[in-house]
Design a protein around this ligand. Structure first.
Ligand SMILES: Cc1cc2nc3c(=O)[nH]c(=O)nc-3n(C[C@H](O)[C@H](O)[C@H](O)COP(=O)(O)O)c2cc1C
Length: 175
């Protein structure tokens, strides 16, 4: 699957087969997160994989946004302390963008490896931080639910091109 195909065929997956995500695939997805671009190469992140069934159950109890029963999850965490220390003025703002870059890469890597993934923003921040043992200055920004997909979700649809893609000036549709 090439990059464009991966981007255009990725869907948020919310129904998973019970088969566990092999360790090898989980490692590769984490490697892709680690390889992501970041402002000033600060890499203001940490990725916590959760795969033990009892740990996943605990995580699900803190994350109403998780639908279905993923067999693994990754918490994408912002290391704001590192962003402030290394990123200079505006380091923390840039770090939030970096997290978004890493999340999309993780979603695409999962898709490319035949896994289903869903970004999860609806979860109890403090509860998850405690659950994962995050140190002071590190916070969970997004969870990614992972597993082998059961079925193929319908495309969610996107705003029309003329509404979001412009030429030369905002409001002039690219045509
Ligand atoms: C920041 C963010 C938070 C999200 N939170 C949730 C969530 O808590 N639960 C969920 O089922 N989907 C969540 N989603 C998935 C979106 O609903 C989904 O990306 C959107 O509907 C477009 O569908 P698609 O990903 O299949 O293209 C989230 C996506 C993003 C980017």
């Amino acid at each position: 699957m090439d990059v464009l195909e991966a981007i255009l065929t990725r869907r948020s997956v919310r129904a998973f087969a019970p088969d566990p995500v092999p360790d090898e695939l989980l490692r590769r997805v984490l490697e892709v997160g680690r390889a992501s671009a970041s402002g000033g190469n600060v890499q203001p992140w940490g990725f916590v994989a959760v795969r033990a069934p009892e740990r996943l159950a605990g995580l699900r109890s803190l994350a109403p946004g998780i639908i279905g029963r993923p067999t693994a999850a990754i918490a994408i965490c912002l290391d704001a302390a590192r962003a402030r220390a290394l990123g200079g003025a505006g380091g923390e703002r840039s770090a939030w963008l970096d997290i978004g870059v890493a999340v999309e890469n993780i979603l695409l890597a999962a898709h490319g490896l035949g896994l289903g993934a869903c970004p999860i923003g609806s979860f109890h921040r403090q509860g998850v931080a405690r659950f994962l043992g995050l140190p002071e200055g590190v916070e969970p920004v997004l969870l990614v639910a992972l597993g082998y997909p059961r079925g193929k979700p319908a495309a969610a649809g996107r705003r029309p091109s003329g509404e979001v893609c412009f030429l030369e000036r905002w409001g002039v549709p690219y045509g």
